[in-house]
Ligand binder design. Structure first.
Ligand SMILES: *Cc1c(COP(=O)(O)O)cnc(C)c1O
Ligand SMILES: [Zn+2]
Length: 407
């Protein structure tokens, strides 16, 4: 038994049963899982959570799954690291890195897919599917393998090799579509009407996005049961930022932490920054763009949750930051050299955005600040190949000393 009540339209408030649905029949608004918060208030406690496993299932009461048949790769409860060296460089005394690059398929997408694949099994599906900017592909392929399900994965044909390999190895049907993510996603929306598959980010979307809340819960718990002053979050569809904020507000509402006064800062790369552009211009809607960015995992030109991410950023007095393309790799390099963490391009965007937030005074020296590192650098090696400049020598001491002399 769970605390889930229904699906609720975020726009008109109509209710729907718990089924593989993602849009309201009346207004086409997105559906969201609704919980029985009164019942949750009666049972939730820090102790109850702490008795759970050291992975995202410790928050199972707050996730839309029913039984015990979990698709479990031990996702989540990733390290929250105090970043003293990077903090000193930036002038921050309380900087933390949420290192989600160490999940089972090396990105935060394992969280959303853990929930979506478990729900898909509960609904009786035998096939998982997705439209992916890269990391979702690997997460879906891995979870399908773990669950003994079939998988159909649709990606833009120009995806980084590391993401192609890191998906193919699990044995799914991988479909490389000649088009950008938005075109892949439109194709999948059409396919979802024809094939009885669990498309994790389409017909399973209300359940899928709930998995991102655990990145809010975990950080609050790991900080000693408090919300940070700032979160710096990369955005593609915008669901991650929206749901981290939902997670923090749920924890506060349930009395697990004090009031959440976190500023939610939204980071995108300049070549695909539709949400930041809307934020900067004070628009109420996010206007679609055609992506052209090195940060391929964030390359969604028409973000499904853009409106809600924009709203959360405004509501929390956060800042939208678009990072110049050439600074993405600088961010990757800075994080690797100061903290020993190799992140992908999305992490480079976050670190460069954080620098900008410090420069403009939005984030101050003594604020508790969390930068979300959501993906692993081994998947986007193309971005940093220029850094590979070994000393090439013959196997002799003199050859080594000669090479050193040249430095
Ligand atoms: C998908 C992804 C994001 C963005 O998630 P959204 O919920 O689509 O905004 C951020 N970082 C990485 C590494 C991703 O793969
Ligand atoms: Zn509606």
């Amino acid at each position: 038994m769970s605390f889930v009540k229904s699906l609720l339209c975020r726009e008109c408030g109509r209710e729907y049963p718990i089924e593989p649905l993602n849009a309201c029949d009346f207004c086409f608004g997105p559906l969201e899982v609704r919980y029985d918060y009164d019942a949750l208030k009666r049972v939730m406690s820090r102790e109850r959570i702490q008795k759970g496993p050291l992975n995202l299932w410790r928050y199972k009461d707050l996730l839309p799954v029913e039984g015990q048949n979990l698709v479990d790769l031990n996702t989540g409860f990733t390290p929250l690291l105090k970043a003293d060296r990077l903090g000193r460089m930036l002038g921050l005394n309380h900087l933390y890195l949420k290192n989600d690059a160490v999940n089972p398929s090396y990105s935060f997408k394992d969280r959303v897919v853990a929930v979506a694949s478990t729900k898909a099994l509960e609904f009786g599906f035998d096939t998982l599917a997705c439209a992916s900017t890269g990391n979702l592909a690997g997460a879906v392929a891995a979870h399908a393998a773990r669950a003994g399900m079939k998988a159909f994965i649709f990606v833009p044909a120009d995806l980084e090799q590391g993401k192609m390999v890191g998906t193919s190895v699990y044995g799914p049907t991988l479909v490389a579509v000649k088009g950008n993510y938005d075109e892949v996603n439109r194709l999948c929306s059409e396919l979802a009407d024809t094939y009885h598959w669990a498309f994790v980010n389409i017909n399973m979307r209300p359940y899928y996005t709930e998995g991102s809340k655990t990145l809010g819960y975990e950080v609050a718990e790991q900080l000693g049961w408090r919300a940070p002053d700032h979160c710096v979050v990369p955005a593609a569809s915008g669901a991650l930022l929206t749901k981290i904020w939902k997670g923090l507000t749920e924890f506060a509402m349930l009395g697990l932490i004090g009031e959440a006064r976190t500023h939610m800062h939204l980071a995108q790369a300049e070549g695909c920054s539709p949400i930041v552009t809307a934020w900067k211009n004070g628009w109420d809607v996010v206007r679609p763009v055609r992506p052209k960015t090195i940060a391929k995992s964030l390359a969604i030109g028409n973000p499904a949750d853009g409106f809600y991410a924009l709203k959360a950023t405004r509501e929390t007095e956060g800042v939208g930051v678009s990072v110049p393309e050439h600074q993405v790799v600088e961010g990757i390099k800075l994080l690797a050299e100061t903290e020993g963490i190799f992140t992908e391009t999305a992490g480079g965007v976050v670190i460069s955005a954080l620098q900008e937030l410090v420069r403009t005074g939005a984030v101050k020296r003594d604020d508790v600040t969390v930068a979300y590192i959501t993906g692993n650098g081994l998947k986007t090696q193309e971005a940093v190949l220029d850094l590979v400049r070994p000393l090439v020598i013959e196997p002799t001491v003199s050859a080594f000393q000669e090479a050193m002399g040249g430095r």
